[in-house]
Structure formats: structure tokens, C-alpha cells
Design a binder for this molecule. Structure first.
Ligand code: 5AD
Ligand code: SF4
Length: 411
């Protein structure tokens, strides 16, 4: 609370306002909902206007350099805002690399590990003492904070965080540390509550959801337990890893009616040598076999993938193998990323020898294939009636997603 003062018989209470800037993935969006909840517990009020905030929290992403640069780009804006509001406090959290922390602390008052967000009230209370977020003891249980959900109908529910895989290009194991799974009872109780309050879509989140594990439960068992919760709702999950995406998960997906017929299974490359260099622990053949089994069990499944083009040493021929896989699998959607070397990762030691223009060219080639395969698949939907969960309204048009995670415009 900013202050409370009396004018005549009236007591005017002015609340501090917070604004959260979210960069990056669904996990960061979910973290932002927990940050909002902690701040509201100490009577901060949300503002969607950054210019009137007394506290700005940024949840950052470090997966690509462009994402890091966007945060550096806030420096000037913050300086201007601080000129007009001397009380303004800025906090950085999310996925932050150790090497960026020092520089970031020149822009932000506090650079806070995401696992420390329960300590926000203490930090804000003692701000004159300048407690460093880093020196506070971690509370790895930050996932048990009841979030302030951004939507009533679709909820992000983290089931695990961190990653043990160390794909050679990826910063996540360094920014989020090793895997921690939430207790199954806690997840089930959160979801039961959401369904009771009318939620229609549950997104199970984690860097590698397939390796979810608590004492008695693994990922497929957890899916079944959620599917057994009474109510009319959809279950979706992300991210999966082909090495952990096994027959048991496929069978459960086919069996559980609430699990939607949509899967994002990042392949990253269609070339075995590149996959080895990426430390992915599967071959193109393994990947294709999984897709084959999946399509046999769930014939109408829609598929998306993540790809990195122009990884260090990727030749034109090796890229062609990725393009070939793209033509063969016929994805419904793909997230195509141009390789961005990240300091501290194993791949950073390799020469980033594919030019930016060539990376752009490879991205374009895959985008063109994707346009064709996606169109081919979407044409099959012509004349069909679909159930759509609306999440946006622009003028007279409504937008949402169907079960297959296709964007639908409702006129
Ligand atoms: N460069 C480009 N893309 C990357 N990704 C992860 N690290 C990098 C990187 N260094 C992509 C992967 C991953 C997605 C979340 O981001 O495709 O699946
Ligand atoms: Fe990064 Fe690989 Fe872990 Fe995904 S599985 S978060 S790409 S290290």
C-alpha cells in the first residue's frame, strides 16, 4: 500500500500498482500468474498500463540472443519512467543466465531467481536495505503458490520445471536447473478446483513433461488421473521430448477422451549427425516410428514440431534431410528457429558457420513446405462442425482453438 490519509471524514487508500512484462514461453506466462498472486497478497493492484506502474516485473527468456536483447532494450524506457516516478521499482526474473545477471542488475533494482518469488514481499518491504534476490535461500516449492489465473477458461498448470537433458544448444538446464516434479496430489487438487470453477482447457506445462515423476506416478499415469476428474474439459501438454515420449504415453493419449488429438513433438533436425551433435538421443528413424505409432492409435492427430535451422556445421545436404522429413511427416504446424549460439552451452564451442542469410533461406524453405502441408490438412476440415474454445474477440470476429489446436475464426 502506498499510503492512507484522511480528508474530512473520508480515508483515502492509495494502492501500489504492478505491471508484469512477459517474454518467452507458456511457462513464463504461468510464472507471471504466480508472481501476480504474491503481489496481490500484499495488496498491490494490477495495471495494464506500464506508465502508471510503481513496480514492473519482467519475466525474461534467454533461449535466443534476440530475446535477451529485448530485455536490454528496456533500459531506456525504464530510465524515462523513473524520471517521472522516483518510487518505481523494477525486478527481473524468469530464465536468466548467470553471465547476464551482473549487466541486468545495472538496469533492474533486483534480479531474482524465479524459485525465490515467495520472497517478493520481504524484498519489497526491505527495499532500502537492498536485499539481493540471489542471496535469499531458494524455496523450490514456488509452484505450490495458488496463481492468479489470466483466463477463466484456459489454465496453465506446471507439473514440473527444469531440465536434465542438456541439448547442446539450449540454455534451459542452466537457467532453470535440474528437473523437479510437483506432487501429483497437488496437481490434481489444483485442476479439480479449476474445473469446479468452469475451466475448459488444462495445459500441463514443463520443460520435459514426459519425464514427470513423483513417488507413485509417472506422466502417463498422471494423464489418466486428470482424465478421470469429472467434468467437460480438454487436456493438453507441452513440451515433450521424443526420447521420453513412449508407447505408454501414446496408449494413454488414445484411451483418454479428454486428452486432445494434438501433439507438439520437437524434432529439431532431420539429420542423424546433427541430432547427435545436438545431444538429442534419438535418430530420425526413431522419430518417424513414434509418429507412425501415434497415427496408428490416433488417426486424426494433428502434429506440430520445433526445428532449429543452421545449427553449427549443418551442411546444405543435412538441411535437405530436415526438409525431406518435413515433406514426409506433413506437420500441421511448426516453430522454426534460426540457430542462436548461447554462451556456456556445449554447442557454443562449435563454430557458428552458417550465415544469417542462409539460416533465413532454410527457414523460408521449411515455411513453404509447412504452408502446403498445413493447407492440405485444413482443407479436410471444410464443411465440418467443430467445437471451439474462444479466447479472443476483435470487432465482430471471434477467435479460438479447436481440439486439434487449429486457430479458428468464428464470424
Ligand atoms: N537457438 C535457436 N533455437 C533454440 N531453441 C532452443 N535453443 C535454441 C537456440 N540456441 C528452440 C528449440 C526449442 C525451442 C523452445 O526453442 O527448437 O524446442
Ligand atoms: Fe532445452 Fe533440450 Fe531441455 Fe528442451 S529438452 S529444455 S531443448 S535442454
Amino acid at each position: 500500500m502506498k499510503g492512507c490519509f484522511f480528508i474530512g471524514f473520508y480515508c483515502i487508500i492509495i494502492f501500489m500498482k504492478y505491471h508484469i512484462v512477459v517474454f518467452g514461453c507458456q511457462m513464463n506466462l504461468s510464472d507471471a500468474e504466480r508472481i501476480a498472486s504474491v503481489l496481490e497478497s500484499i495488496k498491490y493492484k494490477k495495471t495494464s498500463n506500464i506508465n502508471e506502474a510503481d513496480l514492473i516485473v519482467v519475466t525474461m527468456c534467454s533461449v535466443r540472443q534476440s530475446a535477451v536483447d529485448r530485455v536490454y532494450g528496456l533500459d531506456e524506457k525504464f530510465r524515462k519512467l523513473k524520471d517521472s516516478n522516483k518510487q518505481l521499482i523494477t525486478i527481473l526474473t524468469g530464465c536468466i543466465l548467470k553471465r547476464d545477471r551482473k549487466k541486468m542488475s545495472e538496469i533492474f533494482e533486483y534480479v531474482l531467481d524465479i524459485k525465490n518469488i515467495k520472497k517478493l514481499p520481504q524484498i519489497l518491504k526491505n527495499q532500502t536495505n537492498h536485499i539481493s534476490g540471489d542471496r535469499l535461500k531458494y524455496d523450490t516449492n514456488y509452484l505450490d503458490i495458488t496463481p492468479k489465473y489470466a483466463s477463466k477458461f484456459s489454465a496453465n498448470v506446471p507439473i514440473m520445471t527444469g531440465c536434465n537433458n542438456f541439448c547442446s544448444y539450449c540454455v534451459v538446464p542452466y537457467t532453470r536447473d535440474r528437473e523437479i516434479s510437483r506432487p501429483a496430489e497437488e496437481i490434481i487438487s489444483e485442476i479439480k478446483n479449476l474445473i469446479k470453477n468452469g475451466c475448459k482447457e488444462i495445459w500441463l506445462l514443463g520443460q520435459n513433461v514426459n519425464s514427470y515423476r513423483d513417488s507413485k506416478t509417472n506422466f502417463p499415469k498422471l494423464l489418466k488421473m486428470i482424465n478421470d476428474i469429472p467434468g467437460n474439459f480438454w487436456i493438453r501438454f507441452t513440451s515433450s521430448h521424443p526420447k521420453d515420449f513412449n508407447d505408454e504415453v501414446i496408449n494413454v493419449m488414445a484411451e483418454c477422451k479428454k486428452v486432445t488429438p494434438y501433439l507438439n513433438l520437437p524434432v529439431q533436425s532431420g539429420d542423424d549427425k546433427i541430432l547427435r551433435a545436438m545431444n538429442r538421443h534419438y535418430t530420425v528413424k526413431d522419430y518417424k516410428n513414434k509418429i507412425k505409432k501415434l497415427r496408428k492409435n490416433i488417426p486424426d492427430i494433428s502434429l506440430s514440431t520445433d526445428i532449429i535451422v543452421g545449427f553449427s556445421g549443418e551442411t546444405k545436404k543435412q538441411f535437405e534431410n530436415t526438409a525431406k522429413l518435413f515433406r514426409e511427416i506433413k506437420f500441421d504446424m511448426a516453430y522454426i528457429n534460426k540457430y542462436s549460439p548461447r554462451a556456456g552451452t556445449a554447442a557454443a564451442k562449435l563454430k557458428d558457420n552458417v550465415s544469417w542469410d542462409e539460416k533465413k533461406r532454410r527457414e523460408k524453405v521449411l515455411t513453404e513446405i509447412l504452408k502446403q502441408t498445413a493447407l492440405e490438412k485444413n482443407k479436410k476440415l471444410v464443411g465440418k462442425e467443430l467445437l471451439v474454445l474462444i479466447n479472443e474477440n476483435r470487432g465482430d470476429d471471434y477467435f479460438g482453438k479447436d481440439e486439434h489446436y487449429k486457430t479458428i475464426k468464428v464470424k
